[in-house]
Design a protein around this ligand. Structure first.
Ligand code: MG
Length: 308
């Protein structure tokens, strides 16, 4: 682990990536409660919704209402996921203070997910980033399917790196590498994060993992070791992608918190409060969540990663 990797910033993606694939529709009030719970636990960045076509992702149809009902907190960033200029305009009007755009490393997946080529999404992103900065909104970008594509299979690291270089031209707050369908393995993470850091030493690297094949937490460890400083996670490990066949949940926030806290890595997020939110989520979904800590609980002395 690099000497400076004593702090990792978490982005809670449960309210968007976590919920978007759930058949149980959450009320707007329940979403707001979910977001308020993770903020109360210490999280400072929350992907609160996406501004996409509600016909394609019905769970996110209340995006504007969620933003309208959320209390604003000093230092808290409400991230809205956008896939095009129209989505950005909605996110800006709704009051997001950070927007995340996704560009898929694989052209086939980009067309399925957002209806245009990767090249067209890159062009849209460069415009969106400019507009966001002009509006005082923090822009960041995710390169999706960076570790493999459900339609094209392996994506060459050189291709991923090229997409990263292109999106980084906008000088975003950070660039994320996403294992959208959960096929990545730790050696791949070490390699890809290392390459991005070598190619773009000034850029903050975030990683987004799905635990579809149970390698999510190992990948998170590899990412931290390789110098990523921000990780996405969802409480309970809920999630998936409606356009990625058989994709399952994100890495569970509380499981990640446990691992990082015992490694001596600070996150500022309270473990026990996050476990409680996982149980709250479980009650709302009416079924067990994938995360392990919700079942196992913590360990004496690891409950307060906030103070660690
Ligand atoms: Mg995802």
């Amino acid at each position: 682990m690099p000497a400076d990797a004593t702090t990792i910033e978490l982005v809670e993606v449960g309210p968007r990536d976590g919920l978007q694939n759930e058949s149980v529709v959450f009320s707007t009030a329940a979403k707001v409660e979910f977001i308020e719970r993770v903020i109360a636990a210490g999280t400072r960045r929350v992907e609160v919704t996406s501004f996409v076509n509600p016909k394609r992702v019905p769970q996110m149809a209340d995006a504007e209402d969620v933003l309208r009902l959320l209390p604003r907190h000093e230092g808290v960033y409400y991230v809205g996921l956008v896939l095009n200029a129209k989505g950005f305009e909605r996110a800006a009007a709704a009051g997001c203070n950070e927007i995340g755009m996704a560009v898929v490393a694989s052209d086939t997946f980009n067309r399925r997910n957002q209806g245009v080529s990767t090249e067209e999404s890159i062009a849209a992103w460069l415009d969106i980033a400019r507009s966001a900065k002009a509006a005082g909104i923090r822009p960041q970008v995710t390169v999706s399917a960076a570790f493999g594509c459900p339609f094209e299979g392996e994506i060459a690291a050189d291709r991923v790196l090229e997409v990263v270089r292109r999106v980084a031209e906008a000088e975003p707050h950070e660039v994320a590498l996403a294992d959208t369908i959960g096929v990545g393995v730790p050696t791949q993470v070490t390699d890809l994060v290392g390459r991005v850091r070598d190619a773009l030493p000034g850029i903050q690297v975030r990683c987004h993992f799905h635990n579809t094949r149970n390698t999510g937490l190992a990948n998170a460890y590899a990412a931290v070791q390789a110098g990523a400083t921000v990780l996405d996670a969802s409480v309970g490990g809920i999630g998936g992608c409606p356009f990625a066949p058989a994709a399952t949940g994100n890495i569970p926030t509380e499981d990640l918190l446990y691992m990082l806290a015992r490694m001596g890595v600070r996150t500022g997020v309270d473990l026990e409060a996050t476990i409680a939110t996982g149980r709250w989520l479980q009650d709302h979904l009416g079924r067990p969540v994938p995360g392990m800590l919700v079942k196992a609980g913590g360990f004496p002395g690891v409950s307060a990663s906030r103070e660690a």
